[in-house]
Structure formats: C-alpha cells, structure tokens
Design a protein around this ligand. Structure first.
Ligand SMILES: C[S@@+](CC[C@H](N)C(=O)[O-])C[C@H]1O[C@@H](n2cnc3c(N)ncnc32)[C@H](O)[C@@H]1O
Length: 188
C-alpha cells in the first residue's frame, strides 16, 4: 500500500512554499520542538521564531533540540498561552503554526482546549501579515479534540473570502477520525 503523508508532514510541505529567509513567524504550540526547528531552518539567521508553550518541559525539549541543531539564535521561547501573542509580538507575522493536543511523552491532561485555541486563532488573525498563513493540525480522534476541531471549522467557515482562504487535508474513509490539517491563507 502506498504510504500517504501524515497531516503534520503535509503541513510542512505546504508551509515550505510560503516560508522565506528573514520572516517573522510563530510556533503556537512548540511541544518537543519539531515545528520550531522546521520554522527556524526556513526563516534563517535573519528571521525570528516566537515559540509558545504553557509547559516548562516543552520549552526545555525545544531549547535542547534547537541548541543541538544550532538554530536557537533566531528563536524566542515563551512560557505562556498562545492566547497572549500580543504581549510578545510587536509587529505583523508571516506565519503561525499550531499542532494541537498534548505533549507526546508528557502529561495527557495538559492539552490545548477549545476556548483558548479559538481566542488564540482570532488574536493570530489580527497580527497575520497580508500573504501570510496559519497552519493547524487537529486531532478529532477523542471527544475534546473533536469538539475543538468542530468549533475551529465553525469559526473559519464564516471568514470572508477575500482575504481569507481556508482548506483542509483530511482522510474521509477511516473508521475513526484521523488527525487532519486546516490551512488558512490570507490574500496578499
Ligand atoms: C502536540 S503538542 C505540539 C507538538 C510540537 N509542535 C512538536 O513539533 O513537537 C501540543 C503542545 O501544546 C501545548 N499547549 C497546550 N495548551 C497551550 C496553550 N494554551 N498555549 C500554548 N501551548 C499550549 C502543550 O503543552 C503541548 O506541548
């Protein structure tokens, strides 16, 4: 059987087409640092990545990974909720990446939740530059994740186009819902 790309992999493939050296971007849920590393490598030494997480363990993992890969110089690690972008980011950003849920290998109770994710998304849309994008990997395989994904979709379906274009990469023929990608592009 052909191995299909996972939602997290498609998020990187699609994001790569819009990321450039020197951009200012946000990782809204840095977790173990894989997305932060991806962003840091693409924006380069002249770019900037703001990496948010509510858990010290996540920031420590991200700091370790970025340091090992010599990418920490362009990253600001912030222990706060992604509801509070405006406290740390003083001008428009070119991209925001969310990977929802809990820290792999960490406490499953500390997870993103519907209210704070919706608030954060709305704050993110306010500071997104024209031409920028927001990538979200959602996990509807458990009740809380399903509610979170449904409410995100409800919010995004109501956005006017232009300037907002919202797409998904989602498996339809599986018995239980799989992780999927929601990608929001703001027109130039
Ligand atoms: C699936 S993990 C992220 C994986 C990560 N992007 C990576 O590449 O390894 C989700 C993360 O979201 C964090 N999180 C939960 N609520 C948050 C919030 N309100 N603001 C920021 N991060 C949050 C969790 O602590 C967890 O580390």
């Amino acid at each position: 059987m052909n191995k299909m790309l996972r939602a997290t992999e498609v998020a990187h493939v699609l994001s790569s087409t819009f990321l450039h050296e020197g951009q200012k971007v946000i990782d809204a849920t840095c977790g173990n640092g894989n997305d932060t590393l991806f962003l840091a490598e693409r924006v380069g030494a002249t770019g900037k990545v703001y990496a948010f997480d509510v858990q010290e363990q996540a920031l420590a993992e991200t700091r370790k990974l970025l340091s090992e890969r010599q990418q920490l110089d362009r990253v600001e690690l912030i222990r706060d909720s992604h509801e509070n972008f405006a406290r740390y980011v003083d001008s428009a950003v070119d991209a925001i990446i969310y990977n929802l849920g809990y820290l792999p290998g960490g406490q499953k109770e500390i997870t993103t939740n519907t209210a704070s994710t919706l608030y954060s998304l709305q704050e993110g849309m306010k500071i997104l530059a024209d031409g920028g994008f927001i990538s979200i990997v959602a996990y509807p395989g458990h009740p809380q994740g399903e509610q979170e994904a449904n409410e995100i979709e409800k919010l995004l379906r109501g956005l006017p186009a232009p300037p907002w274009y919202v797409l998904t990469y989602k498996r339809l023929n599986s018995l239980k819902p799989s992780p999927y990608l929601i990608f929001i592009k703001k027109q130039d």
